[in-house]
Design a protein around this ligand. Structure first.
Ligand SMILES: Nc1ncnc2c1ncn2[C@@H]1O[C@H](COP(=O)(O)OP(=O)(O)OP(=O)(O)O)[C@@H](O)[C@H]1O
Ligand SMILES: [Mg+2]
Length: 168
């Protein structure tokens, strides 16, 4: 078994605030040049943090004009962009055996692999080359306007941090 995520060291590469999905898309465009074919990116953050929103923007920045949906049920989407992108969501995965069945290593060969809930089973699929952590800033998601029936503009402040794995 490989070592766990915790045993790696991470170097911050970029740190941004995003006040809206559009600003998250700006961040995606900004860091696209850092992401390479054959590498992997773990997306970390709670439900609704904006992980899929980020990937959607990245795909659009790569010229993909068709809808980009969350792979939360389908688990793996592959896009024929340059570089190709394999977009995975591990939230609903029950165990490492299910991960093995996805055959990610082969599936993602030559592609940029992006994994939502990438901290899950990272000793089975990782370690990723980079990780992007999206953190809703305090008080943002329990704001009264965010409740059902509230006057929700749907735009909340996020902290977005990109880190690169050192060595190992
Ligand atoms: N600053 C922001 N950046 C990104 N999304 C935001 C921001 N503010 C509000 N949102 C909203 O938050 C939601 C994020 O949903 P998204 O599906 O991208 O989250 P997720 O992290 O992929 O969730 P899940 O863990 O369920 O896959 C969207 O409705 C989006 O419009
Ligand atoms: Mg998602």
């Amino acid at each position: 078994m490989k070592e766990t995520d915790r045993s790696y060291r991470w170097q911050p590469e970029l740190r941004r605030r995003s006040g809206s999905p559009e600003e998250t898309a700006d961040v995606a465009r900004e860091l696209l040049p850092l992401l390479n074919a054959g590498e992997s990116l773990a997306l970390i953050g709670p439900l609704g943090a904006g992980k899929t929103t980020f990937v959607r923007a990245l795909m659009h920045a790569l010229g993909y004009i068709r809808p980009v949906r969350s792979p939360s049920f389908t688990l793996v989407h592959r896009y024929p962009t340059d570089p190709p992108v394999v977009h995975v969501d591990l939230y609903r995965l029950k165990d490492a055996a299910e991960l093995t069945a996805l055959n990610l290593e082969e599936e993602a060969e030559g592609a940029l692999l992006i994994v939502e809930w990438g901290e899950r089973f990272s000793d089975a699929w990782g370690p990723p080359d980079r990780r992007l952590t999206i953190t809703p800033l305090p008080g943002q998601d329990d704001h009264p306007a965010a409740q059902p029936g509230g006057n929700d503009t749907g735009e909340f402040e996020r902290l977005i941090v990109l880190e690169r794995r050192l060595g190992g």
